[in-house]
Ligand binder design. Structure first.
Ligand code: SAH
Ligand code: SF4
Length: 428
């Protein structure tokens, strides 16, 4: 979502006549779009600010945007005097006005969560450089997992209206986009009324996008297990453009830990859900998020996380060491897990995930599938794109262009990318 917000800020400043600078030190303005999800991500902003000082001692105008700005607004300007603007994730449409404030010598801190949607104030989507684009449809979270800052930094769950989403999707397709990834903190909680006033869920939205000529692929992320409706599951069997890849975080494998995390699903209900999804779409690739070392996690409880990885066999997954976040209920819990144990658990978990990822990739060798070409490769003649299962496929001598959807035979598989040979050009 930060990538999407960054693109919207770039387009907005572009509409005001600004252009992208090659390097932070050469810029008139640097916007640091920040993440507050873990401590490491939040600390990074302060070291980045330090690096923006030029050799002659001067510096660009600096804006801190994103969730660190939201959570630590006043502290940022105290800790880092070089910062001119602090703007939260729900107020960044006001960036041009904040720049004017700074030029006029006024303080420029805006961490409001205004009633009026920022989306209404942003300019229409500009021409897209890449054939795959993000589109935020839902923001915020009401789930309050005990470790997580998102409900505080991004606010309550809000779905963007149907018409607004469809307009932005059409604008993206007109701007050259072939694949849209719908974004939300809980994207599958999206709900809205279609143009006929019927209440729709994400499945309905996907169906409407499926009908857009020119759009080839639809993805969505991130989903919460409890919002994975039967209608959305069935959509994966019915909607051709909906890709067989699902990021469905479980976080931990032990019911006691899941309860302490306030995840409101159990190990069993999650596994049954996965089974149901695979029963409608047998080739569904699954991805997940995991936290190791939640306060009080025992060795046996961690083993249950490893077990869930073995049972699901993810095609890829993200895993993190628990990071206490200020203001969250878990930060006050006893049973802090010592760093060496956290490290060891993370290593073991990542080894298991990596092995599954390699196995998944190797199992697709020999398949004929479609690849959406996204960028040039390292060597002449190479183009890199994504398979339906979100694997990176390197295609040699494709005689095709970025943005083409081509048929490819997967000929080799490694842990992070696969090799593809052109099967035929598709008249897509
Ligand atoms: N809404 C999504 C996730 C958003 S945050 C969901 O519930 O699945 C992205 C990931 O960051 C989470 O899935 C979780 O694995 C990780 N995360 C969040 N807070 C964390 C914390 N305090 N410490 C470590 N990892 C955390
Ligand atoms: Fe955070 Fe939980 Fe909401 Fe995901 S569902 S954003 S982990 S509170």
């Amino acid at each position: 979502m930060n990538v999407y917000d960054g693109e919207r800020m770039t387009e907005m400043l572009g509409a005001k006549g600004m252009t992208a600078a090659a390097d932070g030190a050469d810029a008139d303005l640097v916007v640091l779009n920040t993440c507050h999800i873990r401590e490491k991500a939040a600390e990074k902003v302060y070291s980045d600010i330090g690096r923006l000082k030029r050799q002659d001692g001067s510096r660009p105008m600096i804006a801190v945007a994103g969730c660190v700005a939201q959570a630590e607004g006043p502290e940022i300007t105290r800790r880092a005097k070089a910062v001119d603007i602090v703007v939260g994730p729900q107020a960044y449409h006001r960036l041009p006005g904040l720049i004017d404030d700074v030029l006029a010598g006024r303080a420029a801190v805006d961490t409001d969560m205004p009633e009026d949607s920022k989306f209404d104030a942003l300019p229409a989507r500009a021409k897209q450089a890449r054939p795959s684009a993000f589109l935020t449809v839902q923001e915020g979270c009401d789930k309050f997992c005990t470790y997580c800052v998102v409900p505080y930094t991004r606010g309550a769950e809000v779905s963007r209206p149907w018409g607004e989403v469809m307009d932005e999707a059409r604008a993206l397709v007109d701007a050259g986009v072939r694949e849209i990834t719908l974004l939300g903190q809980n994207v599958n909680a999206w709900t809205g009324e279609d143009e006929k006033g019927r209440v729709q869920g994400l499945d309905g939205l996907a169906r409407a996008l499926d009908a857009l000529p020119g759009l080839a692929r639809i993805r969505y992320t991130t989903s919460h297990p409890n919002d994975m409706t039967e209608a959305l599951i069935r959509a994966h069997a019915e909607i051709e453009k909906l890709m067989p890849f699902l990021h469905l975080p479980v976080q931990a494998g032990s019911d006691r830990i899941l309860k302490a995390m306030n995840r409101s699903h159990s190990r069993d209900s999650y596994l049954r859900l996965i089974e149901r999804i695979r029963s409608v779409r047998s080739d569904m690739a699954l991805s997940g998020d995991f936290i190791v070392g939640f306060p009080g996690e025992t060795d046996a409880e961690f083993e249950e996380t490893l077990n869930i990885v073995r049972e699901v066999a993810y095609s890829q997954a993200f895993s993190f060491k628990y990071s206490p976040r200020p203001g969250t209920p878990a930060a006050g819990l006893d049973g802090h897990v010592p760093a060496p144990i956290m490290d060891e658990r993370l290593q073991r978990l990542q080894a298991a995930i990596n092995a599954d990822q390699l196995a998944f990739n190797e199992a697709t060798v020999g398949r004929r599938t479609t690849v959406l070409l996204e960028r040039a490769g390292k060597y002449p003649g190479q183009l890199i794109g994504k398979s339906p299962w979100l694997q990176s496929i390197i295609v040699e001598n494709a005689d095709a262009r970025i943005g083409d959807l081509i048929e490819v035979d997967i000929v080799s598989g490694g842990p992070n990318s696969l090799g593809g040979a052109v099967a035929s050009r598709q008249a897509a």
